[in-house]
Ligand binder design. Sequence first.
Ligand code: TYM
Length: 337
Amino acid sequence: MTRVFSGMQPSGDPHLGNLLGAWQNWVRMQDDRDCVYCVVDLHAMTAPAEHDPATLRERTVQLATGMLAVGVDPDRSVLFVQSHLAEHAECTWLFNCVAGFGELRKMPQFKEKSEGRGESVSVGLFDYPVLQAADILLYHADEVPVGEDQRHHIELARDIGQRFNHRFAPEDPVFTLPKAVHPPAAARVMDLQDPTAKMSKSSSSEKGIIYVLDEPKRIEKKLKSAVTDSAGDIRHDRAQKPGVSNLLEILAAATGGDVEVLAAEYDGQGYGAFKAAVAEAVIELLRPIQQRYAELDADRAEVERILAAGAERARAIAVPTLARAKDAMGLLPAVRP
Ligand code: TYM
């Protein structure tokens, strides 16, 4: 069966971009694929300024709760916390000796996040995509459901896997080469106040971000004040009409509709009615998730039990993969006395 792996960082409250760009696919893929999903807490430590130990611990449980609330089903899929398996960090070291300085320096996300930070940028931020490659390759993932912004990271994971196989295991490849899977609409949800920038946890203003746990009134307000343009027509054209196009994509992803069909349906009705329709669709999409979140949040012990069971199942896949990789690289097997 096709194996799927994906992860999300506990580095801020999950927003509509995370839900439409990644989580919706995570949930859908469970129907006919073998899925492994992960709260990537080690990745969330790569920005020292935002790393507060108590907050990280709290957000890790909250994010796992969010994943269950959107519909990750622990009976069908593996759900676990990255740092519960030492294999991810260990595999990263092996890959550090395969990945090149030049290819990491070129990663768009590293460039964005390190800009203006000079020498204070952490080595962890630089190495972030190598840890991500370890996440994916340890599980022999064929497909990685992510938003558009992760495209380069998945390509790098593929390159590292290919290089490793070629150099160390040409006869019997250790790693499966993964490919990214993006949703048909909303693979890149934009900020409501600045539709030329990605909706992101690190945005300067919260007005442009819809959080998964936002109350209906807040969602209505944020969508009402979403930046559009002065033309008044509704059509999908990211270059000329970034605000309207973003709203169309959100509506399509929230309702399962088609962007062009929706544009034809709402064109002529004015931005006010269109925004109200988008708000209603988002509120309805989030309502059951928020209800389920509240139920799960009241039973943390159950969430922790699910994560413990998930780590065991993850280990059963990752441990043998890492052992094969170490052997292929020529590391002497440890013999227990
Ligand atoms: P993170 O936590 O930043 O993002 C989690 C997922 O949400 C998607 N996403 C978006 N999609 C559409 N529009 C947006 N505005 C938007 N913002 C975020 C991201 O593409 C991602 O799918 N590096 C990963 C975490 C990771 C990972 C992995 C992913 C670590 N190891 C292994 C896949 C496989 C990240 O950026 O997460």
